[in-house]
Write a protein that binds this ligand. Sequence first.
Ligand SMILES: [Zn+2]
Length: 375
Amino acid sequence: MSTFSFSLAATDGRARTGTITTPRGEIRTPAFMPVGTAATVKAMLPESVRATGADILLGNTYHLMLRPTAERIDRLGGLHRFMNWERPILTDSGGFQVMSLAGLRKLTEQGVTFKSHIDGSKHELTPERSMEIQRLLGSDIVMCFDECPALPAEENVVAESMRMSMRWAARSREAFGDRPGHALFGIQQGGVTEELRGESAEALTKIGFDGYAVGGLAVGEGQEAMFGVLDYAPEMLPQDKPRYLMGVGKPDDIVGAVARGIDMMDCVLPSRSGRTGQVFTRRGVLNIKNARHMDDPRPLDEACSCPACLNYSRAYLHHVFRSQEIISSMLLTWHNLHYFQEIMEGMRGAISAGRFEAWQAEFHATRAEGDIEPL
Ligand SMILES: [Zn+2]
């Protein structure tokens, strides 16, 4: 088996469920991808990430190209072997993180030159170089190199940026070449302007990709504006290819995005929050550092089957967080990732059964109850 394919199993309203098939395994959609920035999902062993139900991870081109470098990872057998994750990996193009993390950036039609935030060394990213790095990493799903202005931005700025990203998309396609079993995704831009989103979708579809991302969202525009775009943007993209919403999000963002036709998402939120003591449960968000948990013998969520909930009390998790013990990050990250995957599993089942609307109502009602009463 050496092909990449996507098959839809069921739809319910605009929500979809299906399977992406890759030589490294299947990805059940809607899918949530934990973020393994520096070739690790922080505080988690790869087998633990898998145990939460993840089918695919995301790796960050920007971080990996700087340290340990794509060439070194290639010499060591590729990113899968390097980080001991044999299932599919999606890599971003590096473009977004250059814009948010690097110093002294210079953006031209050719690409971006910048200084590393680690040691100040000078680097260049172009569509061609981004494709080369993602090939060296051995990524299964490669993202086009693009650029997006922070929102809010003037419409003409968004339009010019989007058109350059479409020229970069064509260069990315050309540089990617023909690599059976590996996929290249295009990225729709256009900010919050429907006309520009349409123009971008048309340009991408003409080039032709294995999947399509809705880019340029979750950059500070707020949920209402994001859902406003998702009310029309995914439908502009080909029905028979996976649609990926980059960098999203909170549980209710994820559910709202799936309801609007999104198949894949990624976010650092569950893992990052696990290290800062923020816990996501069916009943909303709680902060483990609050004194109310100090004497509480109950689990984070009695219905959760993750190791943190099966074996540890809120009192213990509060203690190890306050004591800055490493196990705190391990357990809370595991719980958060487990909960996010549980949401995805719940949605896949509900869409298959044609009861996604009822599932959403229950999801929102349980969250609205808030955390369990203090003892
Ligand atoms: Zn749990």
